[in-house]
Design a protein around this ligand. Structure first.
Ligand SMILES: Cc1cc2nc3c(=O)[nH]c(=O)nc-3n(C[C@H](O)[C@H](O)[C@H](O)COP(=O)(O)OP(=O)(O)OC[C@H]3O[C@@H](n4cnc5c(N)ncnc54)[C@H](O)[C@@H]3O)c2cc1C
Length: 382
């Protein structure tokens, strides 16, 4: 087993870290207060190749692979988790079209996603009544002479109000269950597509989360992403990869909180000594460092398997489960270590806690990750 990063992976990490420290960290608290969408930052990150880290360079990506993507996400999330959400979903959508789209779709859309022309991409699977169980979606698409007409409501769509391209899932064959779902490429601003609600969230306040209404949105046949009825498998494959990104994101948020706690514990004195020297605080720091390493190892294993073209669904679910749940613990301990100051906006740990809280929910809750892992275990015994 080789834990050494390649030169390319190290370069991607360096570039993401340098950008995050220079341009994200200094503005993160203000963005959280104002809820400003990171438009300029996304354009700069596109320039750095961060919107297509695992997308081939001929499609405008960095072609640096899955592990490099996880490294970049950790750094960007450490800088500002709200920015990491947009970076994560855009990478996911770019990879999806690069892997499953037709030649024409790849050529038309992937360079616009990776290069920032679309600003960002969105992934519209969830609905008000269909979250953990997306196969129960109600949004439907009916065949027309020119293509398809989509009608329905999508809920929780990250930056669905900003994206130049949205992948939308809809039922095309009622009664066929998950085999009757199709994925469509929909342009931001398409006639009939409106933002019907914006969520007021506890964290990730620089990332918009919206409800989208589709009222007879017309889509040509050429914008069907995979053959009708094959959309559900596509969503599951995309989420497997996306979970590696969320694990890395949670790791980055937690690392930021942990670093603040470590600094504070070394400086703050009580009972005549830095609080880090009190065993209870040292124990929390030791647990935090161990959690971060465990999360990173699981995340990198899943990313490595994905990059090697090997099955990684179970490993991605494990990485997401552990990294997101441990991130909450690390952020909670970081607040505790800061004492009363941790409960204020003077330190970044309360924001880290609020930002991290979404991670065990989206792209499959922790309960769903456990279902995925258990299913793999049971399959293995027969
Ligand atoms: C900030 C944010 C951004 C998001 N961005 C997107 C996005 O860009 N695109 C998108 O499509 N979606 C997005 N989502 C939606 C997200 O993926 C869903 O919220 C998530 O899948 C859970 O669905 P739900 O909220 O409907 O909860 P529900 O599915 O109603 O679940 C409620 C509770 O029941 C539990 N539960 C459900 N089924 C089971 C079961 N079988 N066994 C055990 N427990 C179960 C869940 O774990 C949870 O605790 C986002 C959500 C948030 C909060």
């Amino acid at each position: 087993m080789d834990f050494q990063l390649t030169d390319e992976q190290a370069l991607v990490r360096h570039s993401a870290r340098e950008y995050a420290e220079r341009s994200l960290l200094p503005r993160a608290a203000q963005r959280d207060r104002d809820g400003t969408f990171p438009e300029a930052e996304l354009r700069e990150l596109a320039e750095l190749g961060m919107l297509g880290v695992n997308v081939d360079d001929e499609l405008g990506g960095s072609g640096a692979g899955s592990l490099a993507y996880a490294l970049a996400m950790e750094e960007i999330a450490r800088g500002d988790a709200s920015v990491a959400v947009a970076v994560g979903v855009t990478n996911m959508v770019a990879e999806l079209i690069a892997a499953y789209g037709s030649d024409a779709q790849r050529a038309a859309h992937v360079p616009r996603l990776t290069g920032g022309a679309y600003l960002c991409g969105s992934f519209a699977l969830s609905e008000p009544q269909a979250g953990s169980d997306p196969a129960s979606m109600q949004t439907s698409a009916e065949k027309t002479s020119a293509g398809w007409r989509i009608t329905g409501t999508k809920q929780w769509i990250s930056h669905g109000d900003r994206a130049g391209l949205i992948v939308v899932w809809a039922v095309t064959n009622k009664g066929a269950g998950h085999r009757g779902i199709t994925a469509f490429i929909v342009r931001g601003g398409a006639p009939g597509l409106t933002v019907s609600r914006g969520e007021e969230k506890m964290g990730l306040r620089g990332s918009t989360t919206v409800q989208l209404s589709l009222e007879g949105v017309e889509v040509p046949d050429d914008d069907v992403l995979v053959g009708p009825g094959r959309g559900f498998g596509l969503a599951m494959a995309a989420l497997d990869g996306g979970r590696i990104g969320i694990a890395a994101q949670a790791l980055g948020i937690a690392r930021g909180a942990f670093e603040s706690a470590l600094r504070y514990a070394s400086e703050r004195e009580q009972f005549g000594a830095p609080i880090a020297q009190h065993q209870a605080i040292g124990g929390m720091l030791a647990d935090g460092a161990t959690s971060l390493d465990a999360a990173r190892l699981l995340t990198h294993r899943a990313a490595w398997l994905k990059g090697a073209g090997r099955p990684f669904s179970r490993e991605a679910a494990m990485a997401k489960l552990l990294a997101t749940e441990r991130a909450l613990r690390v952020c909670d301990d970081a607040i505790q270590i800061h004492g009363g100051y941790g409960y204020t906006r003077d330190f970044p740990v309360e924001r880290a806690y609020r930002d991290a809280r979404a991670a065990p929910i989206y792209e499959g809750t922790s309960q769903i990750q456990r279902l995925v892992i258990a299913r793999h275990l049971l399959k293995a015994v027969g």
